[in-house]
Design a protein around this ligand. Structure first.
Ligand SMILES: C[S@@+](CC[C@H](N)C(=O)[O-])C[C@H]1O[C@@H](n2cnc3c(N)ncnc32)[C@H](O)[C@@H]1O
Length: 264
């Protein structure tokens, strides 16, 4: 790692929590070099250091927005189970998706909650650091193949809450207005954002970006944020640090995409 790469790595981690290593770091350094062509390395780094957040073009380069409707369907099954087992309450359910990408995950959750007769009211908020992904989420229009990519067990639910519209980009799948209105989005760094209290927190396939200490700090904050009996869902390959597993308090449930849900 050369000096420029080392300093770039430190700035990116400080501003976004994203850990850049190996090929990803080399490519990011080349990309910044191209964007700042003609500037010295120190000039280039100083301009990145100047702002509290990284420029949109760099965030978009660093993040992978892979997602689809009802991804890891057994986790959505776990949400259904959790809804069935929870004590009756008239209070609106508050749900949060960290690293929500282009919106398919929070909209899937909203569809599931809207279809559940035990849920009288709910709110879902999605947070993502990538402004481009969030503007796609807000537009809520997706290519037609989004339907075929959806696991078959949830395809009819997706059809119920979407309609086909003609746009400049051809036919698109558009979220129906009532559902769209129940989900809000915010461009923010989930490591520093105050997400308020929540019944359900999705933190799937986002923890992998962070250093172990940031991951643990975020999960501790989520643990304090979860209302009693609340549900946390993390990605299949992501593990809760053992120091958190032994804590009492709210229910934590880890559901891998491979196996059944575990209560931890
Ligand atoms: C692979 S996508 C996961 C999307 C969705 N959660 C899922 O599992 O389908 C990871 C997302 O995390 C976002 N992300 C990365 N670092 C973040 C941060 N510090 N704060 C908020 N979002 C972040 C990326 O922009 C990207 O959209």
């Amino acid at each position: 790692m050369n000096d420029f790469e080392a300093k770039l790595q430190a700035i990116v981690q400080r501003r976004s929590g994203i850990v850049l290593e190996g090929q990803k770091l080399t490519k990011a350094a080349q990309f910044v070099g191209q964007r700042h062509r003609g500037r010295s390395h120190s000039d280039s780094l100083a301009s990145l250091e100047m702002n509290q957040s990284l420029p949109d073009w760099l965030i978009s380069h660093l993040t992978i927005n892979e997602t689809f409707f009802f991804r890891h369907p057994n986790q959505f099954d776990a949400v259904r189970e959790w809804l069935a087992s929870r004590p009756n309450t008239d209070r609106p359910l508050r749900c949060v998706c960290l690293g929500c990408s282009t919106g398919e995950e929070p909209y899937s959750l909203a569809m599931l909650l809207a279809s559940d007769p035990s849920v009288s009211d709910f709110r879902v908020v999605g947070y993502d650091i990538d402004p481009e992904a969030v503007s796609t989420a807000v537009a809520a229009e997706y290519p037609q193949h989004a339907l075929t990519r959806t696991p078959s067990s949830y395809r009819s639910m997706l059809s119920q809450y979407t309609e086909t519209v003609r746009t400049a980009h051809g036919e698109r799948l558009s979220l129906k207005r009532t559902l769209k209105e129940s989900v809000k989005f915010q461009v923010s760094n989930c490591l520093t954002e105050d997400i308020g209290s929540a019944d359900i927190v999705f933190a799937r396939n986002v923890l992998i970006y962070f250093a172990p200490e940031d991951r643990e700090r975020l999960l501790r904050r989520v643990q304090r944020t979860l209302l009693p009996g609340g549900l946390l869902l993390i990605g299949a390959g992501e593990l809760l640090p053992s120091s958190l597993k032994s804590q009492g308090g709210p229910t934590w449930r880890l559901n891998s995409s491979l196996g059944k849900g575990n209560r931890v």
